[in-house]
Design a protein around this ligand. Structure first.
Ligand SMILES: O=P(O)(O)OC[C@H]1O[C@H](O[C@H]2O[C@H](CO)[C@@H](O)[C@H](O)[C@H]2O)[C@H](O)[C@@H](O)[C@@H]1O
Length: 282
C-alpha cells in the first residue's frame, strides 16, 4: 500500500504487523504519537535551528483527518515545538496536541493555548550551581546550555570531543539533579535536568486513555522515548494493537525494540504520507 513511488514499509515483527494492520483497518480508532527532534525534525548542531522536515507537515495534515488524533510528545517546551514544527494554523491539524516537557505541558491546536505546571524550585537552584560545576570540569569549547523554562539542558554536540564532554558531565550532573530533587534525562549529546513525575510513557498512556483510542503508533529516536515504548508494550499486553517506529539507528536501546526502523525524519515523513494515502483509500 501507499503508492508505487512511496510504498508503505513493512514492520519486521508480528506484533508490529498486527498494529499496522489494525491501524489500516480502523484508522479512526488510532492515536499517532510522534517525538519531535530526530523524528519529525532532523538533528542539527544548534538546537535553536531545528525545524520539522519539510515533508512532515504535509504528511501530518493529510493523515490527521483520518485518525482519532495526532499527538507530538517532546522534551521541548510545548510552545517551542509548536513554533519549530510550524504546527499552528495548519489546515488539517485543527485537533493536533503537543505535549511538551515530556508531558508536563500541553498545547491544543483547538485553543492555541499552553497549560503548564508551576516551576519546580529545584530547577532554579540547580541552574545557579551550574556555572561553577562546568568551570570545575574544564570541558573546553562548545558545551552549551539550553534554557527551557521548566528545565535546562547541557548540550555537547558542538564540543571539541562531544562524547568525552558528555561522559565527563554525566556523573556530576546526576549528582546535581539528585541534590535538587530533579531527574537527569540523557539524550543524543545532551543531558537535561528536569522535574520528576512525568515521562513520555506516562504522558502517552494518559493521552490514549483520554482519547479512547484502540490502536497506538509511536515513533521516536532517543532514550527519552523508551518510556513511551514501554507504555505501548503495556497497552499491547492489555489488548491494544500497537506499532513502534524508530527513526534512525543511533540509539540501539530504542532501535532494537522497534517494529519498524526508518533511516530518519525524511523517511518518517514519507511513512506518514504513505499511511495517509493508505487510510484515505479505505
Ligand atoms: O523529545 P524530543 O523532541 O526528541 O527532544 C529531545 C531533546 O531534543 C533537542 O536536542 C536534540 O536535538 C538537537 C537539535 O537537532 C541536537 O542539537 C541535540 O544534540 C539533540 O539532543 C532539544 O534541544 C532538547 O531540549 C530536547 O530535550
Amino acid at each position: 500500500m501507499g503508492s508505487p513511488e512511496n510504498p508503505l514499509p513493512t514492520p519486521t515483527t508480528t506484533t508490529g504487523t498486527a498494529g499496522l494492520t489494525a491501524l489500516l483497518a480502523h484508522p479512526a480508532k488510532a492515536v499517532v504519537a510522534l517525538d519531535f527532534d530526530g523524528t519529525l525534525a532532523d538533528i542539527v548542531p544548534d538546537p535553536e535551528q531545528a525545524r520539522a522536515h519539510p515533508r512532515a507537515l504535509p504528511a501530518l495534515a493529510a493523515l490527521a483527518p483520518h485518525v482519532a488524533s495526532i499527538v507530538v510528545i517532546t522534551g521541548r517546551p510545548a510552545e517551542v515545538a509548536v513554533r519549530f514544527g510550524g504546527f499552528a494554523g495548519v489546515p488539517g491539524l485543527e485537533r493536533l496536541v503537543v505535549l511538551g516537557h515530556y508531558g508536563a505541558e500541553r498545547w491544543d491546536a483547538a485553543t492555541g493555548t499552553v497549560t503548564a505546571p508551576d516551576p519546580h524550585p529545584g530547577v532554579a537552584a540547580a541552574r545557579a550551581e551550574l556555572p561553577a560545576l562546568l568551570d570545575g570540569l574544564a570541558l573546553g569549547q562548545g558545551t552549551w546550555i539550553e534554557e527551557k523554562g521548566q528545565a535546562f539542558a547541557v548540550h555537547t554536540r558542538r564540543a571539541t570531543d562531544p562524547q568525552a564532554a558528555f561522559d565527563a558531565l554525566r556523573t556530576p550532573l546526576a549528582g546535581l539533579a539528585t541534590r535538587h530533587g530533579l531527574v537527569l534525562e540523557p539524550g543524543r549529546m545532551v543531558l537535561e535536568l528536569r522535574p520528576p513525575g512525568v515521562d513520555k510513557g506516562v504522558a502517552l498512556t494518559r493521552y490514549v486513555d483520554e482519547s479512547g483510542a484502540e490502536t497506538i503508533l509511536y515513533a521516536g529516536d532517543d532514550l527519552g522515548d523508551l518510556p513511551a515504548y514501554t507504555a505501548v508494550d503495556a497497552l499491547r499486553a492489555n489488548g491494544h494493537p500497537g506499532l513502534l517506529v524508530c527513526s534512525g539507528t543511533e540509539v540501539p536501546e530504542l532501535s532494537t525494540r522497534s517494529d519498524l526502523t526508518l533511516p530518519g525524519p525524511a523517511a518518517v515523513a514519507d511513512f506518514l504520507a504513505a499511511l495517509a494515502e493508505a487510510v484515505s483509500a479505505t
